[in-house]
Design a protein around this ligand. Structure first.
Ligand code: ATP
Ligand code: MG
Length: 422
Protein backbone atom coordinates (compact mmCIF):
# COMPACT_ATOMS: atom_id res chain seq x y z
CA UNK A 1 0.00 0.00 0.00
CA UNK A 2 2.77 2.40 1.02
CA UNK A 3 4.59 1.39 -2.16
CA UNK A 4 1.53 2.08 -4.33
CA UNK A 5 0.45 5.33 -2.66
CA UNK A 6 3.77 6.96 -1.67
CA UNK A 7 6.26 4.82 -3.61
CA UNK A 8 7.86 3.62 -0.30
CA UNK A 9 10.72 1.16 -0.91
CA UNK A 10 13.28 -0.78 1.14
CA UNK A 11 16.72 -0.77 -0.57
CA UNK A 12 14.86 0.13 -3.79
CA UNK A 13 12.61 -2.94 -3.57
CA UNK A 14 8.88 -3.36 -3.07
CA UNK A 15 8.58 -3.79 0.80
CA UNK A 16 5.65 -6.28 0.49
CA UNK A 17 7.88 -9.34 0.47
CA UNK A 18 9.86 -8.03 3.51
CA UNK A 19 6.64 -7.35 5.42
CA UNK A 20 5.30 -10.77 4.55
CA UNK A 21 8.54 -12.52 5.71
CA UNK A 22 8.53 -10.51 8.96
CA UNK A 23 4.94 -11.47 9.66
CA UNK A 24 5.74 -15.11 8.92
CA UNK A 25 8.67 -15.12 11.38
CA UNK A 26 6.59 -13.47 14.10
CA UNK A 27 3.78 -15.95 13.59
CA UNK A 28 6.18 -18.93 13.70
CA UNK A 29 7.71 -17.58 16.93
CA UNK A 30 4.26 -17.34 18.50
CA UNK A 31 3.43 -20.85 17.33
CA UNK A 32 6.58 -22.37 18.79
CA UNK A 33 6.13 -20.51 22.07
CA UNK A 34 2.55 -21.61 22.32
CA UNK A 35 3.60 -25.20 21.71
CA UNK A 36 6.11 -24.93 24.56
CA UNK A 37 3.42 -23.57 26.83
CA UNK A 38 1.27 -26.53 25.85
CA UNK A 39 4.09 -28.94 26.70
CA UNK A 40 4.50 -27.43 30.15
CA UNK A 41 0.78 -27.44 30.85
CA UNK A 42 0.39 -30.99 29.55
CA UNK A 43 3.34 -32.18 31.61
CA UNK A 44 1.91 -30.61 34.74
CA UNK A 45 -1.45 -32.22 34.08
CA UNK A 46 0.11 -35.61 33.51
CA UNK A 47 2.14 -35.35 36.69
CA UNK A 48 -0.99 -34.47 38.61
CA UNK A 49 -2.99 -37.38 37.19
CA UNK A 50 -0.23 -39.99 37.15
CA UNK A 51 1.37 -39.44 40.56
CA UNK A 52 0.94 -42.33 42.99
CA UNK A 53 0.05 -40.06 45.87
CA UNK A 54 -3.66 -39.17 45.98
CA UNK A 55 -4.30 -35.45 45.40
CA UNK A 56 -7.63 -33.67 45.91
CA UNK A 57 -8.41 -30.12 44.85
CA UNK A 58 -10.83 -28.20 47.01
CA UNK A 59 -12.19 -24.68 46.57
CA UNK A 60 -12.02 -22.03 49.29
CA UNK A 61 -15.53 -22.96 50.49
CA UNK A 62 -14.51 -26.59 50.98
CA UNK A 63 -16.21 -27.94 47.84
CA UNK A 64 -14.73 -30.59 45.60
CA UNK A 65 -12.80 -29.16 42.62
CA UNK A 66 -10.88 -32.14 41.28
CA UNK A 67 -8.94 -35.30 42.09
CA UNK A 68 -6.21 -37.31 40.44
CA UNK A 69 -6.45 -41.00 39.53
CA UNK A 70 -4.79 -42.17 42.75
CA UNK A 71 -7.37 -40.24 44.81
CA UNK A 72 -10.23 -41.66 42.73
CA UNK A 73 -8.83 -45.18 43.20
CA UNK A 74 -8.52 -44.66 46.94
CA UNK A 75 -11.92 -43.11 47.61
CA UNK A 76 -13.91 -44.65 44.70
CA UNK A 77 -17.60 -43.74 44.85
CA UNK A 78 -17.10 -41.40 47.78
CA UNK A 79 -15.64 -38.78 45.42
CA UNK A 80 -18.49 -36.26 44.85
CA UNK A 81 -19.46 -34.34 41.72
CA UNK A 82 -17.68 -31.04 41.05
CA UNK A 83 -18.82 -28.51 43.65
CA UNK A 84 -20.07 -31.31 45.95
CA UNK A 85 -19.30 -31.63 49.65
CA UNK A 86 -16.19 -33.50 50.68
CA UNK A 87 -17.50 -34.23 54.17
CA UNK A 88 -18.39 -37.87 53.45
CA UNK A 89 -14.84 -38.77 52.37
CA UNK A 90 -13.63 -41.62 54.56
CA UNK A 91 -11.18 -40.45 57.25
CA UNK A 92 -10.24 -37.13 55.65
CA UNK A 93 -13.73 -35.54 55.33
CA UNK A 94 -13.68 -33.83 58.77
CA UNK A 95 -10.07 -32.85 58.24
CA UNK A 96 -10.89 -31.11 54.94
CA UNK A 97 -13.85 -29.39 56.59
CA UNK A 98 -11.53 -28.07 59.25
CA UNK A 99 -9.00 -26.98 56.61
CA UNK A 100 -11.66 -24.95 54.77
CA UNK A 101 -12.84 -23.36 58.04
CA UNK A 102 -9.50 -22.59 59.70
CA UNK A 103 -6.95 -22.73 56.89
CA UNK A 104 -5.03 -25.44 58.73
CA UNK A 105 -4.90 -29.20 58.66
CA UNK A 106 -6.09 -30.40 62.02
CA UNK A 107 -5.08 -32.90 63.25
CA UNK A 108 -1.89 -32.74 61.19
CA UNK A 109 -1.05 -36.36 61.79
CA UNK A 110 -0.91 -39.43 59.58
CA UNK A 111 -4.15 -41.17 58.61
CA UNK A 112 -4.81 -44.80 57.66
CA UNK A 113 -7.04 -45.64 54.74
CA UNK A 114 -7.30 -49.36 54.01
CA UNK A 115 -3.88 -50.87 54.59
CA UNK A 116 -1.99 -47.71 53.67
CA UNK A 117 -0.82 -44.84 55.85
CA UNK A 118 -0.80 -41.30 54.50
CA UNK A 119 0.68 -38.04 55.61
CA UNK A 120 -1.78 -35.27 54.57
CA UNK A 121 -0.30 -32.01 53.33
CA UNK A 122 -2.18 -28.92 52.15
CA UNK A 123 -1.03 -26.14 49.85
CA UNK A 124 -3.14 -23.02 49.26
CA UNK A 125 -4.04 -22.14 45.67
CA UNK A 126 -3.75 -18.37 45.26
CA UNK A 127 -5.23 -16.29 42.45
CA UNK A 128 -2.44 -14.78 40.32
CA UNK A 129 -4.62 -11.72 39.58
CA UNK A 130 -5.96 -10.61 42.94
CA UNK A 131 -3.52 -9.34 45.52
CA UNK A 132 -5.85 -9.51 48.55
CA UNK A 133 -8.23 -12.29 49.54
CA UNK A 134 -6.74 -14.29 46.74
CA UNK A 135 -7.32 -17.79 48.16
CA UNK A 136 -9.00 -19.93 45.49
CA UNK A 137 -8.76 -23.23 47.31
CA UNK A 138 -6.44 -25.96 48.39
CA UNK A 139 -4.36 -28.79 46.99
CA UNK A 140 -4.51 -31.62 49.49
CA UNK A 141 -2.00 -34.36 48.80
CA UNK A 142 -1.79 -37.59 50.77
CA UNK A 143 1.84 -38.67 50.82
CA UNK A 144 2.05 -42.45 51.10
CA UNK A 145 4.30 -43.15 54.08
CA UNK A 146 3.29 -46.81 54.53
CA UNK A 147 6.77 -48.21 53.84
CA UNK A 148 8.43 -45.60 56.01
CA UNK A 149 6.02 -46.36 58.86
CA UNK A 150 6.61 -50.11 58.47
CA UNK A 151 10.39 -49.66 58.59
CA UNK A 152 10.05 -47.40 61.63
CA UNK A 153 7.78 -49.95 63.32
CA UNK A 154 10.23 -52.78 62.49
CA UNK A 155 13.07 -50.68 63.92
CA UNK A 156 11.06 -49.91 67.06
CA UNK A 157 10.33 -53.63 67.53
CA UNK A 158 13.97 -54.58 66.93
CA UNK A 159 15.07 -51.93 69.40
CA UNK A 160 12.67 -53.09 72.08
CA UNK A 161 13.72 -56.73 71.49
CA UNK A 162 17.39 -55.72 71.74
CA UNK A 163 16.67 -53.77 74.92
CA UNK A 164 14.81 -56.73 76.42
CA UNK A 165 17.68 -59.08 75.48
CA UNK A 166 20.22 -56.65 76.91
CA UNK A 167 18.22 -56.37 80.11
CA UNK A 168 17.93 -60.16 80.37
CA UNK A 169 21.71 -60.42 79.86
CA UNK A 170 22.35 -57.79 82.52
CA UNK A 171 20.02 -59.54 84.95
CA UNK A 172 21.64 -62.90 84.22
CA UNK A 173 25.12 -61.48 84.75
CA UNK A 174 24.03 -59.77 87.94
CA UNK A 175 22.63 -63.04 89.34
CA UNK A 176 25.65 -65.10 88.25
CA UNK A 177 28.15 -62.57 89.66
CA UNK A 178 26.20 -62.46 92.89
CA UNK A 179 26.14 -66.25 93.15
CA UNK A 180 29.88 -66.42 92.40
CA UNK A 181 30.69 -63.96 95.14
CA UNK A 182 29.91 -66.16 98.16
CA UNK A 183 31.97 -69.24 97.16
CA UNK A 184 34.74 -66.88 96.01
CA UNK A 185 34.87 -65.26 99.46
CA UNK A 186 35.23 -68.60 101.27
CA UNK A 187 37.77 -69.80 98.69
CA UNK A 188 39.88 -66.72 99.23
CA UNK A 189 39.48 -66.93 103.02
CA UNK A 190 40.66 -70.55 103.05
CA UNK A 191 43.65 -69.73 100.85
CA UNK A 192 44.57 -66.88 103.20
CA UNK A 193 44.42 -69.20 106.21
CA UNK A 194 46.54 -71.85 104.50
CA UNK A 195 49.03 -69.25 103.25
CA UNK A 196 49.44 -67.89 106.79
CA UNK A 197 50.03 -71.38 108.20
CA UNK A 198 46.82 -71.48 110.26
CA UNK A 199 45.99 -74.95 108.87
CA UNK A 200 49.46 -76.33 109.55
CA UNK A 201 52.97 -75.85 108.27
CA UNK A 202 53.41 -75.08 104.57
CA UNK A 203 56.59 -75.68 102.65
CA UNK A 204 58.16 -72.87 100.65
CA UNK A 205 57.00 -74.47 97.40
CA UNK A 206 53.43 -74.78 98.72
CA UNK A 207 53.55 -71.17 99.93
CA UNK A 208 54.62 -70.05 96.49
CA UNK A 209 51.73 -71.91 94.88
CA UNK A 210 49.29 -70.70 97.53
CA UNK A 211 50.53 -67.17 96.89
CA UNK A 212 49.70 -67.52 93.17
CA UNK A 213 46.27 -68.92 94.01
CA UNK A 214 45.64 -66.07 96.49
CA UNK A 215 46.62 -63.35 94.03
CA UNK A 216 44.42 -64.81 91.35
CA UNK A 217 41.49 -65.25 93.73
CA UNK A 218 41.81 -61.54 94.58
CA UNK A 219 41.79 -60.70 90.87
CA UNK A 220 38.80 -62.92 90.27
CA UNK A 221 36.93 -61.41 93.19
CA UNK A 222 37.60 -57.90 91.87
CA UNK A 223 36.37 -58.92 88.44
CA UNK A 224 33.19 -60.41 89.90
CA UNK A 225 32.60 -57.28 92.00
CA UNK A 226 33.22 -55.04 88.97
CA UNK A 227 30.81 -57.00 86.77
CA UNK A 228 28.19 -56.93 89.52
CA UNK A 229 28.57 -53.16 89.91
CA UNK A 230 28.48 -52.60 86.18
CA UNK A 231 25.25 -54.57 85.82
CA UNK A 232 23.71 -52.64 88.69
CA UNK A 233 24.76 -49.39 87.03
CA UNK A 234 23.30 -50.58 83.72
CA UNK A 235 20.04 -51.58 85.39
CA UNK A 236 20.06 -48.39 87.44
CA UNK A 237 19.72 -50.33 90.65
CA UNK A 238 22.86 -49.08 92.34
CA UNK A 239 21.91 -46.88 95.29
CA UNK A 240 24.11 -44.03 96.40
CA UNK A 241 24.04 -43.07 100.07
CA UNK A 242 25.20 -39.48 99.83
CA UNK A 243 26.59 -37.84 102.95
CA UNK A 244 29.03 -35.12 103.96
CA UNK A 245 32.58 -36.45 104.15
CA UNK A 246 35.77 -34.79 105.41
CA UNK A 247 38.25 -34.94 102.45
CA UNK A 248 41.64 -35.04 104.20
CA UNK A 249 40.81 -37.97 106.45
CA UNK A 250 39.12 -39.70 103.52
CA UNK A 251 42.23 -39.41 101.32
CA UNK A 252 44.48 -40.73 104.07
CA UNK A 253 42.15 -43.69 104.61
CA UNK A 254 42.12 -44.62 100.92
CA UNK A 255 45.90 -44.34 100.82
CA UNK A 256 46.23 -46.58 103.87
CA UNK A 257 44.12 -49.20 102.07
CA UNK A 258 46.49 -49.01 99.12
CA UNK A 259 49.73 -49.03 101.10
CA UNK A 260 50.29 -52.77 100.99
CA UNK A 261 49.73 -52.92 97.25
CA UNK A 262 52.17 -50.04 96.76
CA UNK A 263 54.77 -51.65 99.03
CA UNK A 264 54.54 -54.92 97.11
CA UNK A 265 55.06 -53.01 93.86
CA UNK A 266 57.95 -51.07 95.47
CA UNK A 267 56.25 -47.75 94.75
CA UNK A 268 56.19 -44.80 97.15
CA UNK A 269 52.85 -43.16 98.05
CA UNK A 270 52.75 -39.62 99.43
CA UNK A 271 50.40 -36.70 100.02
CA UNK A 272 51.77 -33.41 98.71
CA UNK A 273 48.93 -31.11 99.76
CA UNK A 274 45.74 -31.80 101.66
CA UNK A 275 44.62 -28.46 103.05
CA UNK A 276 41.42 -28.23 101.04
CA UNK A 277 38.43 -26.69 102.75
CA UNK A 278 34.84 -27.85 102.78
CA UNK A 279 33.23 -31.26 103.01
CA UNK A 280 32.49 -33.53 100.08
CA UNK A 281 28.91 -34.61 99.43
CA UNK A 282 29.30 -38.18 98.22
CA UNK A 283 28.70 -41.85 98.93
CA UNK A 284 32.03 -42.56 100.71
CA UNK A 285 32.01 -46.25 99.81
CA UNK A 286 31.58 -45.49 96.10
CA UNK A 287 34.09 -42.62 96.14
CA UNK A 288 36.58 -45.01 97.76
CA UNK A 289 36.02 -47.30 94.81
CA UNK A 290 36.70 -44.45 92.36
CA UNK A 291 39.86 -43.22 94.09
CA UNK A 292 40.94 -46.80 94.79
CA UNK A 293 40.72 -47.65 91.07
CA UNK A 294 42.78 -44.60 90.11
CA UNK A 295 45.35 -45.34 92.84
CA UNK A 296 45.60 -49.01 91.93
CA UNK A 297 46.28 -48.04 88.30
CA UNK A 298 48.93 -45.56 89.40
CA UNK A 299 50.61 -48.32 91.42
CA UNK A 300 50.17 -50.89 88.68
CA UNK A 301 51.62 -48.70 85.94
CA UNK A 302 54.45 -47.18 87.97
CA UNK A 303 57.93 -48.65 87.62
CA UNK A 304 59.71 -50.05 90.65
CA UNK A 305 60.95 -47.17 92.80
CA UNK A 306 58.35 -44.85 91.26
CA UNK A 307 56.52 -42.09 93.15
CA UNK A 308 52.80 -41.49 93.44
CA UNK A 309 51.74 -38.09 94.71
CA UNK A 310 48.24 -37.31 95.89
CA UNK A 311 46.84 -33.87 96.53
CA UNK A 312 43.62 -32.09 97.39
CA UNK A 313 42.63 -28.75 95.95
CA UNK A 314 39.78 -26.99 94.29
CA UNK A 315 38.45 -26.43 90.82
CA UNK A 316 35.38 -24.30 90.15
CA UNK A 317 32.83 -25.28 92.77
CA UNK A 318 34.19 -28.81 93.26
CA UNK A 319 36.96 -30.33 95.28
CA UNK A 320 39.72 -31.80 93.16
CA UNK A 321 41.63 -34.88 94.21
CA UNK A 322 44.66 -35.49 92.01
CA UNK A 323 46.82 -38.58 91.76
CA UNK A 324 50.05 -38.22 89.86
CA UNK A 325 52.26 -41.10 88.87
CA UNK A 326 55.57 -41.56 87.10
CA UNK A 327 54.32 -44.40 84.92
CA UNK A 328 54.66 -44.85 81.16
CA UNK A 329 51.99 -42.22 80.39
CA UNK A 330 49.01 -42.53 78.07
CA UNK A 331 49.16 -41.75 74.35
CA UNK A 332 47.05 -38.92 72.93
CA UNK A 333 43.40 -39.53 72.03
CA UNK A 334 43.20 -42.68 74.13
CA UNK A 335 40.37 -41.51 76.39
CA UNK A 336 37.94 -44.01 74.86
CA UNK A 337 40.33 -46.79 75.77
CA UNK A 338 41.02 -45.49 79.26
CA UNK A 339 37.36 -44.96 80.13
CA UNK A 340 35.80 -47.56 77.80
CA UNK A 341 34.22 -50.80 78.93
CA UNK A 342 36.69 -53.72 78.93
CA UNK A 343 39.12 -51.41 77.14
CA UNK A 344 42.82 -51.03 77.70
CA UNK A 345 45.31 -48.76 75.99
CA UNK A 346 47.72 -51.63 75.53
CA UNK A 347 45.56 -54.67 74.93
CA UNK A 348 48.36 -57.01 73.83
CA UNK A 349 48.31 -60.35 75.60
CA UNK A 350 51.93 -59.85 76.58
CA UNK A 351 51.22 -56.79 78.76
CA UNK A 352 52.45 -57.40 82.26
CA UNK A 353 49.98 -55.33 84.26
CA UNK A 354 46.90 -57.57 83.98
CA UNK A 355 43.37 -56.31 84.67
CA UNK A 356 40.16 -56.41 82.71
CA UNK A 357 39.73 -52.79 81.60
CA UNK A 358 36.71 -52.12 83.81
CA UNK A 359 38.20 -50.05 86.62
CA UNK A 360 38.21 -46.61 84.95
CA UNK A 361 34.90 -47.23 83.19
CA UNK A 362 33.19 -47.95 86.50
CA UNK A 363 35.02 -45.08 88.21
CA UNK A 364 33.78 -42.65 85.56
CA UNK A 365 30.15 -43.76 85.84
CA UNK A 366 30.25 -43.75 89.64
CA UNK A 367 31.75 -40.27 89.98
CA UNK A 368 29.44 -38.83 87.33
CA UNK A 369 26.36 -40.32 89.04
CA UNK A 370 27.49 -38.56 92.22
CA UNK A 371 27.67 -35.27 90.30
CA UNK A 372 31.44 -35.21 89.86
CA UNK A 373 33.86 -35.82 87.00
CA UNK A 374 37.11 -37.55 86.19
CA UNK A 375 39.82 -36.43 83.78
CA UNK A 376 43.50 -36.89 83.18
CA UNK A 377 46.62 -35.30 81.78
CA UNK A 378 49.46 -37.44 80.56
CA UNK A 379 52.66 -37.50 78.59
CA UNK A 380 54.30 -40.62 77.23
CA UNK A 381 57.45 -41.57 79.10
CA UNK A 382 56.77 -38.93 81.75
CA UNK A 383 53.67 -39.96 83.67
CA UNK A 384 49.99 -39.24 84.21
CA UNK A 385 47.88 -37.24 86.58
CA UNK A 386 44.26 -38.20 87.15
CA UNK A 387 41.88 -35.57 88.55
CA UNK A 388 38.72 -36.52 90.40
CA UNK A 389 36.36 -33.57 90.80
CA UNK A 390 34.05 -34.14 93.74
CA UNK A 391 30.92 -32.12 94.56
CA UNK A 392 31.02 -30.18 97.81
CA UNK A 393 28.39 -30.05 100.50
CA UNK A 394 27.23 -26.53 99.59
CA UNK A 395 29.57 -23.56 99.18
CA UNK A 396 32.71 -23.03 97.15
CA UNK A 397 36.11 -24.01 98.60
CA UNK A 398 38.57 -21.23 99.40
CA UNK A 399 41.66 -22.74 97.79
CA UNK A 400 41.52 -21.78 94.12
CA UNK A 401 44.51 -23.27 92.30
CA UNK A 402 44.00 -26.80 90.97
CA UNK A 403 46.52 -29.19 92.48
CA UNK A 404 48.94 -31.40 90.59
CA UNK A 405 48.37 -29.86 87.19
CA UNK A 406 51.86 -30.75 86.15
CA UNK A 407 53.45 -34.12 85.66
CA UNK A 408 56.98 -35.16 86.62
CA UNK A 409 59.55 -33.43 84.47
CA UNK A 410 57.47 -30.32 83.83
CA UNK A 411 57.79 -26.87 85.27
CA UNK A 412 55.77 -26.41 88.45
CA UNK A 413 52.17 -25.31 87.81
CA UNK A 414 52.58 -25.29 84.03
CA UNK A 415 49.90 -27.41 82.42
CA UNK A 416 51.79 -30.10 80.59
CA UNK A 417 49.11 -30.72 77.97
CA UNK A 418 45.40 -30.45 77.35
CA UNK A 419 43.18 -32.03 79.93
CA UNK A 420 41.23 -35.10 78.85
CA UNK A 421 37.84 -35.27 80.46
CA UNK A 422 36.28 -38.61 81.08
N1 ATP B 1 47.94 -44.30 85.53
C1 ATP B 1 47.93 -44.87 84.32
N2 ATP B 1 49.05 -44.91 83.58
C2 ATP B 1 49.04 -45.48 82.34
N3 ATP B 1 47.95 -46.04 81.76
C3 ATP B 1 46.82 -46.02 82.47
C4 ATP B 1 46.73 -45.44 83.77
N4 ATP B 1 45.45 -45.56 84.21
C5 ATP B 1 44.78 -46.19 83.23
N5 ATP B 1 45.58 -46.48 82.19
C6 ATP B 1 45.20 -47.13 80.92
O1 ATP B 1 43.79 -47.21 80.88
C7 ATP B 1 43.39 -48.58 80.78
C8 ATP B 1 42.06 -48.77 81.46
O2 ATP B 1 42.22 -48.70 82.86
P1 ATP B 1 41.28 -49.58 83.77
O3 ATP B 1 41.58 -49.29 85.18
O4 ATP B 1 39.89 -49.38 83.30
O5 ATP B 1 41.66 -51.06 83.36
P2 ATP B 1 42.77 -52.02 83.95
O6 ATP B 1 43.49 -51.36 85.06
O7 ATP B 1 43.57 -52.48 82.79
O8 ATP B 1 41.88 -53.23 84.51
P3 ATP B 1 40.99 -53.26 85.84
O9 ATP B 1 41.08 -51.91 86.48
O10 ATP B 1 39.62 -53.58 85.37
O11 ATP B 1 41.60 -54.32 86.68
C9 ATP B 1 44.53 -49.36 81.36
O12 ATP B 1 44.56 -50.67 80.90
C10 ATP B 1 45.73 -48.56 80.89
O13 ATP B 1 46.00 -48.90 79.55
MG1 MG C 1 42.49 -50.45 86.70
Amino acid sequence: MAYVLWEFTILGFDPTSFMFSGALIAFSWLLVNNRMMDTEALGRDQLFYATHDPVILMDAAGRFAGANLAARDLFGDEIPEHGGSLRQLNKIGPMLDCLAATGELNPAESISVGDRVYDPRALPIASPIQRRNNLLGWTVSLVDITERERSAEALREALSRAEAANRAKSEFLAVVSHELRTPMTSLKGSLDLMFNGVAGDVSDRMKELLGIARRNSVRLQKLIDDILDLQKLDLNTLNFELQDVEPTEFLREVMRDCEMHAAQAKVRLSVVSDDAEGRMHVDPYRLKQVVGNVLSNAVKFSPEGGNIECSLGATGDALRMSIRDSGPGIPENAEDKVFGRFNQVDSSSTRASGGSGLGMHIAKILIERMGGAISYQSRLGVGSVFHIDIPLAGGVPRQSSPPCDSVPGDGEGVPAFGEVRG
